[in-house]
Design a protein around this ligand. Structure first.
Ligand code: HEM
Length: 415
């Protein structure tokens, strides 16, 4: 099934009228006529690729995730720079709902695009790239002459109490976060980027997410996580104060090549679902510190009511001392992060028959040393720890966006 320009995805969509709301985007090409956030309220449509920041952070959170961590296998710096340029160009096209090339595939070679997204709306696909510590330094070696450019904020995460990290879900020299409202579109993006990387980088681990566990704009309703609780109520939001201050790397922080970027902490957090499901509603609500049905802080009536950490009743604090929302409270700690995680379920643990499911925690921030690390240390006494275990961990520097075609992600790092 060789693709020809006549059945290219762009024309297929336009001809079929498959996406009336997205028709203007589908035919638009680079740099033109994107509706971006205007279409963000619907499941269909496309997000802008080019900008000061990479898409997929401030973007209204999509419903599906496919995340991949890669290990670099090339000894040559030029290979890495070329891969990033190719990835950037491919991601820009896929974000627009285009196949990887407009050309006609030869019948004698594998098609340039794997094809499973032909005819599908991009459904707000965003592709976000990150650099792990291993890009700068691996096993003490300065593989690509970049060690001096490693940002101090990309310091290896310390060990946290209770961690049971599996290398099979941890680390990575590069990462790609693909988010879309269509899981097949997100899958297609990662698969094609992995294909482009052949000989330069190999997949280390991947994670699918099937339901968002945060809201990132005020317009989005708060979703529920696999514990059945509303998750993302008190999150940084694109349209509210504090977002810029806590998420993006400012000039003063440096290094220059990271200005406008962010840092991503990914944690694969298993939930002991069977244990949780045997605990009482009272115990569940005291663990989180909010009501299950409404999501209101304990002692309050509505989801958006303020959290009163001082309130007491005859038994002591209304919000228990070990409740998750007390320990994670952003105002009291003055630690704010952008949570952008997803629920996952990956079959069962053969040894126990228990579900291997939980929260794939993704948090964006300006400096993990001042945000995720102290916050996670505070959570050492969290009652939630009876029901969860961190089994995977990774940290990435997320460089700023590509400004225009021909400007690769990470270009300033390799310049
Ligand atoms: C499986 C693990 C986790 C579950 C099930 C979970 C669940 C929740 C829930 C239900 C809320 C209340 C609603 C909301 O404001 O979003 C919440 C709040 C929050 N969580 Fe988690 N969480 C988990 C892990 C973490 C981790 C690892 C961190 C950071 C290190 C974190 C940081 C926060 C923060 C900052 C808040 C908002 C606190 C506030 O200011 O009110 N959570 N979480």
């Amino acid at each position: 099934m060789a693709a020809s320009p006549d059945i290219s995805r762009r024309r297929f969509l336009a001809a079929s009228g498959a996406a009336a709301g997205a028709a203007g985007i589908v035919g638009a090409g680079f740099g033109l006529g994107r509706t971006g956030s205007a279409a963000a309220s619907g499941l269909r449509g496309s997000e802008p690729f080019y900008g000061l920041h990479q898409a997929g952070i401030a973007t209204a959170q999509q419903d599906r995730l496919f995340f991949a961590a890669f290990d670099l296998i090339t000894p040559r710096r030029a290979d890495v720079a070329r891969l990033l340029a190719e990835w950037t160009a491919a991601a820009a096209r896929m974000t627009d709902g285009l196949e990887l090339t407009d050309g006609v595939d030869s019948a004698a070679a594998p098609p340039a695009d794997t094809g499973e997204a032909v005819g599908l709306d991009p459904a707000h696909l965003t592709v976000t790239f990150g650099f792990g510590p291993g890009l700068f330094e691996k096993a003490g070696a300065d593989r690509y002459g970049l060690v001096a450019r490693r940002p101090p904020a990309l310091a290896d995460l310390p060990a946290f109490p209770g961690d049971k990290l599996d290398p099979a879900f941890s680390g990575g020299d590069l990462c790609v976060q693909a988010c879309s409202n269509d899981p097949q579109v997100a899958y297609h993006a990662i698969r094609n980027l992995a294909r482009i990387a052949r000989g330069v980088a190999v997949l280390r681990w991947t994670q699918q997410g099937f339901g968002r566990t945060s809201s990132t704009t005020s317009g989005q309703a708060t979703p529920r996580n696999l514990m059945g609780f509303k998750d993302g109520t008190n999150n940084l939001r694109t349209d509210l104060a504090g977002f810029d201050q806590h998420v993006w790397v400012p000039q003063d922080d440096g290094p220059a090549w990271m200005v406008g970027g962010s840092y991503l902490v990914a944690r694969r957090i298993r939930m002991h679902i069977e244990v949780w499901d045997r605990s009482s509603l009272l115990d569940q609500e005291q663990t989180i510190g909010r009501t299950k049905a409404e999501g209101a802080p304990l002692g309050a009536a509505r989801e958006r009511d303020p959290i009163d950490l001082e309130a007491r009743n005859a038994d002591g604090p209304v919000i228990p001392v070990d409740a998750h929302v007390r320990l994670a409270n952003q105002e009291a700690n003055n630690i704010h992060i952008l949570r952008r995680g997803y629920s996952f379920t990956d079959g069962i643990k053969p040894a126990t028959g228990q579900l291997d499911a939980g929260l794939f925690f993704l948090a964006y921030q300006r400096d993990p040393r001042r945000q995720f690390v102290p916050l996670q240390q505070r959570l050492a006494t969290d009652k939630l720890n009876e029901y969860i275990q961190h089994v995977g961990s990774a940290l990435f520097a997320i460089p700023p966006g590509s400004h225009r075609p021909g400007d690769p992600i990470g270009g300033a790092l390799f310049a």
